[in-house]
Design a binder for this molecule. Structure first.
Ligand SMILES: Cc1cc2nc3c(=O)[nH]c(=O)nc-3n(C[C@H](O)[C@H](O)[C@H](O)COP(=O)(O)O)c2cc1C
Length: 75
């Protein structure tokens, strides 16, 4: 997270490929804030993609909790 959004390099990455029809799930590290306006700012960079609510992956996450997160996404 950089100032409550993903750094613009992530927008550049998304704009470099065609993500239409794809599902995007952002994940990030941060100093303490949440994901802020990340999705609103990323959306114009990936037209036609489904942008799901992302998650912070700060600290020591167990393999189990990561697996649960992915499972609960119901993809
Ligand atoms: C310019 C800048 C802005 C940042 N803004 C935030 C912020 O708004 N909220 C937050 O929790 N952390 C913020 N941080 C801390 C980073 O999110 C944190 O260090 C993160 O782990 C950086 O990962 P990266 O270096 O892989 O991008 C900021 C760091 C920088 C350098």
């Amino acid at each position: 997270m950089w100032w409550y959004v993903a750094p613009t390099i992530i927008n550049t990455f998304l704009e470099s490929y065609d993500f239409s029809g794809k599902t995007i799930i952002p994940f990030a590290t941060s100093g303490g804030s949440g994901m802020g306006k990340t999705n609103a700012k990323l959306k114009p960079s990936c037209p036609g993609a489904t942008l799901l609510q992302g998650r912070l992956l700060n600290g020591n996450l167990s393999e189990e909790s990561l697996k649960k997160w992915v499972k609960d996404l119901n993809l």
